[in-house]
Design a binder for this molecule. Structure first.
Ligand SMILES: [Zn+2]
Length: 267
């Protein structure tokens, strides 16, 4: 019975935190206070009532428009709320025996999975919209990485090597890029992000994140350059790719690596 309550609570809190993440994504890069002023329409200053602020439902009910002036509200708001809830549910599913009985329950990793996925959603949006990752996110991930070492399933050696390999690899790439092109291609924010993710995800999963984000990042960069949208000359939201594949590695990395290894051994 307790399982049902915790599952419902996880979904409800996931929705509310998702709604708060939208505030963080808008205000943190602009150095605005997260607490004040209360949520309002950026066009007409209309202060949102409590019933305009219900995650997902208010957006659907108002059909994505401000109640007062009808200005369109970005679909990002509802997408972030839904995604955050999905990731919180996934974290519950993969870190407790509530849904899959064979999984060993680990409440610490469940909480870390929820918080880390919320931060990664913020990194994804901030880098995509502003080409910038506020330091608060890396500090948050660093703290989660350190706390994860307290878990009974922690592998300290893998975390330390993950930190060194994640940060070191991107640092070397950024130096090489600078030497070859005489301009900064990768921000130091990306290097710091990959290092703290290495600590959190461990060596195997950070290597997976590096490979997938580099390959898919390069493909998208190539398509943008071919379409002549200035992909090669503009700054490029690499952390957006890192956050997508870090999320995949966090929730499915072990399954992906095992599957890949089984392919190799079957040849
Ligand atoms: Zn308005």
């Amino acid at each position: 019975m307790i399982e049902i309550y915790v599952t419902i609570l996880t979904i409800l809190i996931g929705l509310c935190v998702g709604s708060f993440l939208n505030v963080v994504i808008y205000r943190l890069p602009r150095n605005m206070s997260l607490a004040k002023p209360a949520s309002h329409c950026p066009n007409c200053e209309y202060k949102l009532k409590w019933y305009d602020n219900i995650p997902v439902f208010s957006y659907l009910f108002l059909r994505g428009k401000c109640r007062n002036c009808g200005t369109k509200i970005s679909p990002r708001y509802i997408v972030v709320e839904i995604l955050n809830t999905v990731f919180w549910f996934l974290s519950l599913m993969l870190n407790t025996n509530y849904i899959i009985p064979s999984i060993q329950t680990n409440y610490l990793m469940f909480a870390i999975g929820c918080l880390a996925s919320s931060i990664l959603i913020c990194v994804f949006c901030c880098d995509l919209e502003n080409l910038e990752i506020p330091d608060e996110f890396q500090i948050g991930l660093l703290i989660l990485g350190l706390v994860s070492l307290l878990s009974k399933t922690a592998d300290a050696k893998s975390s330390v090597f993950g930190f060194l390999v994640g940060g070191g690899f991107l640092w070397i790439v950024s130096i090489l890029f600078y030497l070859l092109r005489k301009k900064e291609g990768l921000g130091f924010g990306d290097v710091k992000l990959m290092a703290v993710l290495g600590l959190l995800l461990g060596l195997k999963n950070i290597i997976l994140t590096i490979i997938l984000s580099s390959v898919f990042g390069a493909i998208v960069l190539l398509i943008l350059t071919l379409k002549n949208k200035g992909g090669a000359n503009k700054e490029y939201p690499f952390a957006t790719f890192i956050s997508i594949f870090a999320l995949i590695a966090m929730f499915a990395g072990n399954y992906i690596v095992d599957w890949y290894m089984s392919l190799l051994t079957n040849i």
